[in-house]
Design a protein around this ligand. Structure first.
Ligand SMILES: [Zn+2]
Length: 75
């Protein structure tokens, strides 16, 4: 089970996308962002959006979603 939290992506939001496949969760989260955070998304540059997607993959790849997220803010 993979979980990514919207709040971990920098949005003030309690939404969580969960699923067994990385791609599935990634898609759910991106769909959510497109619907619920359209305004923020429109303000973002292509670079920011790529960064956001990368961050989703990193969060999904690195953690089982049990809450032990080790976010390195090294950007
Ligand atoms: Zn959200």
């Amino acid at each position: 089970m993979k979980i990514v939290k919207c709040g971990d992506l920098g949005f003030k939001c309690n939404f969580m996308a969960a699923g067994n496949e990385l791609e599935e969760v990634e898609k759910t989260m991106l769909d959510h962002i497109e619907k619920e955070h359209k305004e923020e998304l429109e303000k973002m540059s292509e670079d920011d959006i790529n960064h956001l997607k990368h961050r989703i993959s990193t969060l999904l790849g690195r953690s089982c979603g049990c809450g032990a997220l080790h976010t390195e803010d090294s950007f």
